[in-house]
Design a protein around this ligand. Structure first.
Ligand code: MN
Length: 228
């Protein structure tokens, strides 16, 4: 007999222990949502394989690790936003993975098939009021994204009725108490190499240019409403 058995059941038939650590209630605190579109929806700007690996492996790992660490550290806060607002009280692992979960969940919604173009209505008004023109906004967003050394994110945030652009390292975000950049996230861009390396290799600028063709301005508009 080639395969180890447990009674008459082959080991391969036994469900593996879940990668999720369970909270005391027996449920993982946080869950990975499905992408709101197909892996190939953002082509040719962002390729299907990058989207699949990014969502199903990178994002999933942040969720799994966050659940494990919450169980280990006795964290029962179910609101990710509340957890982020006091993240300085927790371990670096919780910070990295909670940030990774929040940032990616928002990022997927920032894109859609046949996205891009120009914002309209009050989003357009807010962009013009804060940056002069859309082109000036875009140039600043691109410059900030190119300027991030190593891994991180670019953010358009709203604070005190004004929009501004900033960058965070690793998985930090503007909802964290420990983050220098503060405000309501309006738009975000992942500039980790895993977000673009398969298709664009070291050409981050080309990825950023292409990504502008995927922006879902409806999500941007909803985020801006939240800030008001
Ligand atoms: Mn990422």
């Amino acid at each position: 007999m080639g395969m180890a058995t447990l009674g008459t059941i082959a080991l391969s038939q036994i469900k593996p222990v879940s990668a999720f650590a369970m909270s005391l209630e027996g449920e993982a605190l946080f869950a990975l949502e499905a992408l709101p579109y197909d892996f190939k929806a953002l082509e040719p700007h962002i390729d299907a394989l990058t989207m699949e690996i990014h969502h199903d492996r990178h994002h999933k790992a942040y969720v799994d690790n966050l659940n494990k660490l919450c169980a280990k550290e006795g964290i029962q806060e179910k609101s990710l936003e509340v957890l982020l607002s006091k993240i300085g009280s927790y371990s670096a692992g919780v910070k990295n993975n909670a940030g990774g979960h929040y940032n990616h969940s928002l990022f997927w919604k920032m894109m859609k098939a046949n996205g891009g173009g120009l914002p309209t209505g009050f989003v357009n008004d807010a962009v013009n009021a804060s940056f002069g023109t859309f082109d000036q906004f875009k140039a600043k967003f691109i410059e900030t994204s190119k300027g991030r050394f190593g891994s991180g994110w670019t953010w358009l945030v709203a604070k005190d009725g004004k929009l501004s652009i900033g960058s965070t390292a690793n998985q930090e975000n503007p909802l964290m108490d420990v983050c220098e950049l503060k405000g309501t996230p309006i738009l975000c861009l992942d500039v980790w190499e895993h977000a673009y390396y398969l298709k664009y290799q070291n050409k981050r600028a080309d990825y950023i240019d292409a990504w502008f063709n995927t922006i879902n301005w409806d999500t941007v508009s909803n985020q801006l409403k939240l800030a008001k």
